[in-house]
Design a protein around this ligand. Sequence first.
Ligand code: PLP
Length: 508
Amino acid sequence: MTAPGGRAVSAPLLGHGEEPTVFELSAPGRRAASFRTTGVPEWSAEELIPADELRSEPPALAEVSERDLVAHMTRLSHRQYSVDLGAYPLGSCTMKYNPKVCDEAAALEGFANVHPATPASHAQGWLELLWGLAHALCEVTGMGRATLQPPAGAAGELTGLLIMRAWHQAQGRSPGKVLIPDSAHGTNPASVSLAGYQTVSVESDERGLVSPDVLRKYLDGDVAGMMLTNPNTLGLFEERIVEVGRLVHDAGGLLYYDGANLNAIMGITKPAVMGFDIVHLNLHKTFAVPHGGGGPGAGPVAVTTELSEFLPGPLVARADDGTFYWEQPARSIGRTHGWHGNALALVRAWAYILSNGSEGLRQVSEAAVLNANWLLSRLRGTYAVPYGSPPMHETVVSTKDAPGTNGQLRALDVAKRLLEKGFHAPTVYFPLVVAEALMIEPTETESPETIAALADALLEIAREGAEVAALAPTTTPVGRVDEARAARRLVLTWDAARAEGPGVSAPA
Ligand SMILES: *Cc1c(COP(=O)(O)O)cnc(C)c1O
């Protein structure tokens, strides 16, 4: 395949119209960098690579000058919406602003340029950071010990469930099912399957909560445990959590806390106080590590002291003389990451925790809950509010039977119209138990003025009516896309998109 000739692109394309792919900008011989010789003798490909593994043709890489490449990337970046650009009220995902001081800490040479295999004696600062962070997360959750290895929330869930399994096995038991409320995040049942368990869905009651009476029907000797989040995925606090925990424990199971989003409870209550045994936390949600394309993330798992011997190892420990060393838990489930986790994400979270302090973390939660409640108070009366209890850090409203609309407004259309008003869309059609759901999490980092503007925009969309929203967006770089087709037919390369024809890669 030969690269097409270079192509002129003018500034009016900024933000709108068609942006060529980097391959279309390519012209033979152009380079973004030129390397001087290193002095290392050159080997030919034939000397280095077995003959049957050699390519017959060189790879078809784009050939672009640095100037054209930077302009291309900059134009693309201007077509994006990001946390640094404005409010991003994606419920459950907690897209809060990520303070720059955390990036500065992660860029420090002593963190960024250390090889993960450096012996503990030469990396005491790193070990102290990991130890301090694990302790802080145990303090926030009330747990005994934590691993920082899992690189995402879902990886934390799998780690926690494997610990659950190892604990049962150590007692000679092998129960087969894990209970999950029907409002749960989709990763929960997926992790349960990966861990070799069967998912049993527990229906929420009419208030959107887990009821002990419903739960009792599902409890028997085959229950390994229950996964819950509190506040739950409807943003509501599980008021009978202590009773729920006792019932699961009495049936021989463990209680798992999905702490992906801890924004409602920091410094106010702790999973341990509610009766939980295992918790995963998404540092890339609550603790201000960038995510959503800006990752990588981190999903540490904290457990009770009783379960700590099953944690992935090694863990950092502190000797009496104050030095830090690696330690292997006695009955470890093994590694869940090649090294020590996404280490620079851990630095960001530690910087966030240190700069807030314990009082600051409490204020984070108080402001997050206040903001969600204030926003709901503005939307009530226009959008439908499916459950009565005050929300915690996020709120779920619905366009179905919404009093302030003509009944035709769809959640998807509201989300698309909101883009035109300068906000990222909230989460839609989740949790599954609410029809036409908009799940909105303003977070603590937005100013009262921004949240007021978000509320105004949502109210205005309802006033404009379903017909206007159904056409949106028309002012964004890419118009309405066929989401069902995109999900079912993955077209991942530019040449495949070209072959597919318009409607796949071409902006509207
Ligand atoms: C985001 C989220 C997860 C999954 O976290 P990932 O890092 O995306 O794997 C799990 N549970 C809840 C409640 C979440 O919001």
